[in-house]
Design a protein. Structure first.
Lengths: 476, 485
């Protein structure tokens, strides 16, 4: 049977505010257990929450960046359930009246744009975490994370494959990081995702029964878990069994999903408006102010790169995936005005070095100006591409300018015709057999001669000149 | 006359004249406590050592001429108010060992004004009750008749003032918990406008209804206390940032030309005839004072109790979820797993009335019932609020009885929660509407029990309440009696 997959995602992103959403405690990750706590986030008797306005502004940024409508009035609600990592016995979240609704994100699927709807974006507080003693039947509670601000971004069930889901996630991630409102660290949990997935026979209008997947802490795991779950559901349907509505946990080590709780066991959260907080009124002036401060977003930047720099869509995609990388690229181009060469060098050597060292472009030892200088030296014929490969590695290792490295190593390119003619003459003399082959039309042999010249000159020969001279001299 | 029997303004005068010291006043309060507390049981915990030390410091200040509004005045705090370093139990076993690391904002304010803390006053567990019988520390008795309840939930605070075991006290009022015990104990009790006095550090019962207010021996003292308590608090989101008038300026002003609304819905069957008679007498005093009584209607009054017993328990069910035995307070021993710990800690830590309300509230918020109960309740609450808005277009203040009857006997209503709930029938509406109200003594029953009169005013019109209460107090000339203890 031919099935269609329906996927919707719920993303939780931790906001990069200095302090928590309802108190003045630090949001820093780590720290001794319970060191970033106060009576408010510990849920002690009689204490009250006071909203951190920054959280609203950060959430508004994301709402505007994903084309949501921001509600003029929204409110916090209590989500009631018992768990030791939830000190008040309820989480302050938003329910009936979220901050923003009806947005979308555009995906680029094989050159075609696809719109993924965003149902809503709302603000809430994070819970703490439990630490289980491995050797004793004891659990500890660390409430440092309690009250750290989150936004939840709920998508429409618009994705049709695990790849689309992963793509959507990457776009959201990219936007959040671009806006500098979330560090996007999936391992530390600052960017988390739950997925709702169902299948239906292609052509059927009604959705099939969905399952909710949790515990996927990387883009890859989201894709793997979805792939597994789709197969599982297909197997059930094809064998005459039914998919039951439930929450399932992804087990990374085993590569499978396990049932966590069924619909019947689902909590009744007894949401109601939090009487300790007043409705948030968002007027147009506030929205305009936030709008004005929005940076250029990845999609817009990508399109601009393709148009202004005439680079391939692929290059533009890679270069804009990280805001700092895009900034670096633009700096290099501004200085050398060679957009394609700059893209090649950055996407090739520079990113390879960085990836090997797991470094960010922010920590790249090669200054944008140095890379621009090097590209200009190649263009001017002062160094060959081969030499440049060596030089750029030195630049990465030492942080020196290309000029200094060339000077230190005596790497200046040989552009003296007389000197090259001498070298070529002796190579031709030594390689008479190959000369004969070349003259019978085996042009592949030409490469052999280029190689020999480069070897003899230790790569310093100007390749254009070598080509020119070799062609002329071999024809004689 | 003993110092402990005097009012704040009388004692301040003596302190300024040098005819009383903070230490003498405090000692007189504690000697009264020694004499009567065993019978009345106003307090859960006394703070004698700290009080005497603070009194000594206050005397040094007085010597230097540094006399603040409450310097040297012994005040009792309802045990629902967090006191840094001092046990705060809320009348519950579940908080039997809870020592807050912070002060409630009102505690800070009283401290800054020079007040001396006598102790933590008894109360119904988590302020849920109208008789102070649900306290896990046993009931408080009405100083006027030890067989009777003092009202509740702030029964300890009211009894302490009535029995002269302090000069003034603080209570909290969610559905009448200040005004009702004030009426039954024959003292002044004011519930300010929601948002007027900070709730920070007040252990929450029903967050949208709770409000802290004072118990005092006369109206002027009420104004003095309100001057200290009122004001914006950045630690509370529902606190209102609005200028606070000097409430003392409203004391002694007349009410000539004022319109006093008499809502027909508050004069119903079932009111004790002696209460009706006392209120009628009060109405004539008001008219003799220059006020003009007008008939008004608050058409949704009959729904107040029903709405209250949905909204308040719903909020309480959520507010009390934090008492889970994990971080502080009572934790059941001999448990093997989490759910058992929750069940046993809460099962053993909470009393019957608290459990009843948590269950009612949980039910009212449950999926499938929310719309029929909580949502509908909120809608009716809006109508009740509107009733008052309309009413205050026709009158300056509203006059009603505070309670349908004088104090009832201990144990009389404990088996009948509905009857108990009805003792707040006249006070609940002010909490639902968020308006201020005050109960003022207006006479005694033939059995010698105090009867209270309630005035209600529009939002942030505490000044009007002080003015009308003061005019009434002056002109009614209610015979000043003291409970025979």
């Amino acid at each position: 049977m031919d099935f269609e997959t329906i996927i919707g995602l719920e993303v939780h992103a931790q906001m990069l505010t200095d302090t928590k959403i309802f108190c003045n405690c630090s949001t820093k990750f780590g720290g001794a257990p319970n060191s970033h706590t106060c009576p408010v986030c510990l849920g002690m008797p009689g204490v009250l929450p006071v909203l951190n306005k920054k959280v609203v502004e950060y959430a508004m940024k994301m709402a505007l960046a994903t084309h949501c409508e921001i509600n003029t009035s929204c409110e916090f609600a209590r989500k009631n359930y018992f768990y030791p990592d939830l000190p008040k016995g309820y989480q302050i979240s938003q329910y009936a009246y979220p901050l923003a609704e009806h947005g979308h994100v555009l995906l680029d699927i094989n050159g075609e744009q696809k719109k993924i709807g965003i149902t809503r974006i709302h603000m809430e507080e994070d819970a703490g975490k439990l630490v289980h003693d491995e050797h004793n039947p004891v659990s500890y509670v660390d409430l440092n994370r309690t009250g750290v601000p989150l936004i939840e971004i709920v998508s429409e069930p618009d994705m049709r494959s695990p790849e689309e889901a992963a793509d959507y996630l990457k776009r959201l991630h990219e936007i959040l990081v671009y806006l500098e409102i979330c560090d996007g660290n999936m391992e530390e949990g600052s960017f988390r995702c739950d997925a709702n997935v169902s299948i239906r026979p292609r052509g059927q209008k009604e959705y099939g029964t969905r399952t909710e997947l949790k515990n996927m802490n990387s883009f890859r795991n989201v894709q793997r878990a979805l792939e597994y779950e789709i197969k599982r559901q297909q197997y059930l349907v094809e064998n005459g069994e039914t998919v039951i509505q439930e929450t399932r946990l992804w087990n990374d080590a085993q590569g499978v999903t396990h049932s966590m709780r069924s619909k019947e066991e689902a909590h009744d959260y007894r949401y109601f408006p939090d009487p300790d907080l007043v409705p948030i009124i968002v007027d147009d002036d506030w929205v305009q102010k936030i709008k004005q401060d929005l940076p250029e977003l990845p999609m817009t930047k990508r399109e601009r790169f393709i148009k202004d720099y005439q680079i391939p869509a692929y290059d533009a995609g890679v270069l804009t995936a990280d805001k700092a990388l895009a900034f670096y690229y633009e700096e290099v181009v501004r200085l050398c005005n060679k957009p394609k060469a700059a893209s090649n060098w950055i996407m090739g050597d520079v990113m390879r070095f960085l990836n090997e060292d797991k470094r960010s472009i922010r920590d790249c030892p090669i200054k944008a100006a140095s890379l621009a200088d090097m590209i200009e030296l190649i263009e001017a014929g002062s160094i060959s591409g081969k030499m440049a490969k060596e030089i750029v590695e030195d630049m990465y290792k030492t942080g020196k300018s290309p000029q200094d490295i060339i000077k230190d190593k005596g790497l200046v390119q040989i552009t003296d015709e007389g000197e090259l003619i001498k070298t070529i003459t002796s190579i031709i003399e030594a390689g008479q057999a190959q000369v004969a082959e070349y003259r019978t039309g085996k042009e592949k042999v030409f490469g052999f001669f280029v190689g020999q010249v480069m070897k003899a000159t230790k790569g310093k020969a100007n390749p254009r000149l070598v080509n020119e001279l070799l062609k002329k001299m071999l024809a004689e | 006359m003993h110092f402990n029997q005097l009012t704040i303004h009388e004692l301040q005068k003596k302190i300024k004249e040098g005819s009383a010291t903070a230490t003498q006043i405090t000692e007189s309060v504690f000697s009264r406590i020694d004499a009567v507390e065993e019978r009345v049981h106003s307090y859960i915990r006394l703070m004698k050592e700290g009080a005497l030390a603070d009194a000594a410091k206050a005397d040094e200040d007085i010597q230097k001429g540094d006399i603040k509004p409450l310097t040297g005045i012994p005040v009792a705090l309802k045990d629902i108010l967090c006191t840094k370093g001092t046990l705060t139990t809320c009348g519950s076993r579940i908080l039997h060992n809870f020592i807050p690391p912070y002060n409630a904002t009102v505690v800070e304010k009283l401290k800054a004004a020079g007040a001396i803390f006598v102790g933590k006053a008894n109360m119904d567990e988590f302020a849920m009750g109208s008789s102070t019988e649900t306290s896990c520390f046993g009931p408080t008795r009405n100083p006027w008749d030890l067989e009777r309840i003092p009202g509740g939930s702030s029964g300890g605070s009211a009894a302490a003032v009535a029995a002269d075991e302090c000069i003034a006290s603080l209570g909290s009022d969610t559905g009448g918990s200040i005004r009702q015990p004030a009426a039954l104990c024959g003292v002044i009790g004011m519930k300010p406008t929601y948002g007027r006095v900070s709730r920070f550090g007040l252990i929450a019962f029903a967050s949208s209804l709770d409000q802290i207010g004072p118990f005092t021996k006369d109206v002027e003292d009420c104004a003095i206390m309100m001057n200290v308590l009122a004001g914006y608090d950045p630690k509370e989101s529902t606190s209102v940032d609005m200028a606070v008038p000097d409430y003392r300026e409203f004391v002694g002003r007349d009410i000539k030309g004022w319109k006093i609304g008499i809502p027909k819905e508050y004069f119903i069957e079932g009111i004790d005839p002696e209460v009706t008679a006392a209120i009628k007498k009060a109405i004539s005093v008001i008219e003799q004072s220059g006020g003009q009584c007008v008939d008004i209607s608050l058409p949704h009054t009959q729904y107040c109790v029903a709405v209250y017993y949905i909204i308040a328990p719903a909020e309480a069910s959520s507010n009390l979820a934090r008492y889970d035995g994990v971080r502080y307070g009572f934790r059941a021993t001999d448990v093997r797993e989490l759910l058992e710990m929750y069940k046993k800690s809460r099962g053993q830590g909470f009393g019957a009335e608290v459990k009843r309300r948590v269950m009612i509230g949980t039910y009212a918020l449950s999926a499938g019932y929310y719309d029929a109960y909580y949502k509908k309740g909120s809608q009716v609450r809006a109508l009740i609020k509107k009733d008052f808005e309309e009413a205050f277009k026709q009158c300056d203040v509203i006059l009603t009885p505070t309670t349908p009857t004088p104090a009832f006997k201990i144990g009389e209503k404990t088996d009948d929660p509905l009857q108990m709930y009805l003792s707040d029938v006249f006070t609940i509406s002010a909490n639902l509407a968020g308006i201020p109200g005050v109960s003022v003594p207006c006479g005694y029953s033939s059995g010698g029990l105090p009867i209270g009169l309630q005035f209600l005013a529009g939002h942030f019109e505490e000044g009007k309440l002080i003015q009308v209460s003061s005019a009434y107090e002056t002109n009614a000339k209610i015979e000043k009696r003291r409970p025979a203890l």
